[in-house]
Write a protein that binds this ligand. Structure first.
Ligand code: NAD
Length: 484
């Protein structure tokens, strides 16, 4: 076993509940990595009680004192990027270069939290003669963050630094596919001086999630994962009167116009649908090809062939996910779709025969077909044809999801029309992965999100706090006239 049997991280210590355990095998080469506890409601309650106790003190620290811990954490993390990236590589199969980029994003998100004393200040005004109003951000209390497998280190950093700097204490529930990557965050936060109980990490599956949405002492929940679970977490969390923000699945559309720069477009689109082997909620999924773009598509096919599974392309997270992706390709083929590039027979490199790999796949299909409408979360680009930009926008906007969208063109007018009309939360021009960089916030539209606001950036400050509005009058000589 590469790593030892894993424990939860509660109240600054390891916790080993007497619950069943799950073994975790690496998608890189099938190696047994670790086992993790499938925690239950009792273990979750233990974590909540620790977080509740810690809140009494942590919430009284000044914001600058709390930020001080994150400056130290930033320093520690920046020295240990390769170690974290290596764990992530083994746990969920993301090639080291991509894993390093991801941990780099965690650093950038920590920077935002460190700037909170400057960015999260409140308002002040003399609202009437001698009467002043100001507002104060008050933390919610114990909050929870439930995270997916595909960005196991970055997604916790969407929530954890901001929520904690703003004075909350947290239960973090990682994906079962990458628990050690997340437990390392707890270890390093403790080393950075985070008091015990402020961050608690509880491993497991749906039992923990169900316990989170029902626990009376949890005030706020964020979720990132598939739409089906996002909607369940939102519905149950709200029914229990919690504040909830839940991010879900995606099926991002890219529009390719004939005037696009051929080499840049081909390289960007290939990197977008093949990065992390397509296991990104901002990956290119559907390419809407407008008019005669066949020379660019031919380049895209050639560009895609440069991605070799297990060499410069990540693994698929597990056997079930791989079978699910293959199922989509098989059904599209049966449905009469034209497979331009088929990754089903990809051979793993020597020494990685037991790994989970799929090669780049490009499928030309009908708009509205299953492969064009559903998220498959694999290294597949589905091409559908359109005659005009308007028709392409209609196709893109018929998706039930609205996470991201991009256009490839050299026409400013076409780009302007696209940005105005595309129904997605994060859009881009000539950029394959339309994720905004910090401090701009992250959040999709339509079925890619449930709840108000984005998960990062300024709108997250509002999510993690409640405002207290204070009115003060100290001048007895001035008559009270609220409307003066
Ligand atoms: P998932 O929904 O299977 O799991 C997410 C979390 O929910 C995990 O912690 C998991 O343990 C838990 N969970 C899973 N099934 C559950 C159930 N039935 N009841 C209660 N809890 C459950 O998602 P995943 O496979 O880890 O991640 C891939 C999905 O996440 C894709 O759909 C992808 O688009 C989406 N995603 C979205 C974003 C975004 O920002 N919108 C970001 C990353 C991933």
């Amino acid at each position: 076993m590469r790593y030892s049997n894993l424990s939860n991280f509660i109240d600054g210590k390891s916790s080993n509940p007497g619950v069943p355990r799950m073994e975790r095998y690496s998608p890189v080469d099938g190696e047994l990595l670790s086992s993790l506890p499938l925690s239950d409601a009792k273990e979750l309650d233990k974590a909540v009680q620790a977080a509740k106790k810690a809140f009494a003190d942590w919430s009284q620290w000044t914001i600058k004192e709390r930020t001080g811990v994150f400056y130290k954490y930033y320093e520690l993390l920046s020295k240990r990027l390769p170690e974290i990236a290596d764990i992530q590589y083994h746990e969920m199969g993301k090639i080291p270069a991509e894993a390093l980029q991801e941990v780099g994003k965690s650093l950038e998100l920590t920077e935002v939290a460190c700037s909170m004393p400057q960015m999260a200040t409140g308002d002040f005004e003399e609202v009437s003669r001698g009467v002043e109003c100001h507002d104060v951000r008050v933390p919610l209390g114990v909050v929870a963050s439930i995270t997916p497998f595909n960005f196991p280190h970055m997604v916790p950093h969407w929530t954890l630094p901001n929520a904690l700097v703003l004075g909350n204490t947290m239960i973090l529930k990682p994906s079962r596919e990458a628990p050690y990557t997340v437990l390392k965050i707890g270890e390093m936060m403790k080393e950075a001086g985070l008091p015990d109980g402020v961050l608690n990490i509880v491993c497991g599956g749906r039992e923990v999630v169900n316990a989170i949405v029902e626990h009376p002492n949890i005030q706020g929940i964020t979720f990132v994962g598939s739409t089906k679970v996002a909607q369940m977490v939102y519905a149950k969390g709200c029914a229990n009167f919690k504040r909830v923000l839940a991010l879900g699945s995606a099926n991002n559309h890219l529009i390719l116009l004939p005037d696009a720069h051929p080499a840049n477009s081909a390289a960007n689109i290939a990197a977008s649908y093949l990065g992390c082997a397509g296991q990104r909620c901002m990956s290119a999924c559907v390419l809407v090809a407008v008019g005669d773009v066949d020379p660019i598509i031919a380049k895209l096919v050639e560009e895609s062939k440069k991605f070799v599974p297990g060499v410069n392309m990540s693994a698929i997270v597990n056997t079930e996910a791989k079978a699910n992706i293959i199922g989509y390709i098989d059904r599209a083929e049966k449905d009469g779709a034209n497979i331009l590039l088929d990754g089903r027979g990809a051979k793993p490199p020597a020494g990685k025969e037991k790994g989970q790999y799929l090669g780049p796949t490009i499928i030309e299909a009908k708009a509205g077909s299953e492969i064009a409408m559903e998220e498959n979360f694999g290294p597949i680009l589905t091409i559908v044809r359109a005659r005009t930009l308007d028709e392409a926008l209609d196709i893109a906007n018929s998706s039930p999801y609205g996470n991201g969208g991009s256009i490839f063109t050299q026409s400013g007018r076409a780009a302007e029309i696209f940005c105005k009309k595309i129904q997605a939360g994060m859009v881009a021009v000539n950029v394959g992965v339309p994720v905004p960089r910090e401090p701009f916030s992250f959040g999709g539209w339509k079925n890619s999100i449930v709840g108000g606001g984005d998960i990062t950036g300024k709108s997250s400050f509002g999510f993690w706090t409640k405002l207290k509005k204070i009115s003060v009058k100290w001048n007895p000589d001035k008559p009270v006239n609220w409307m003066a």
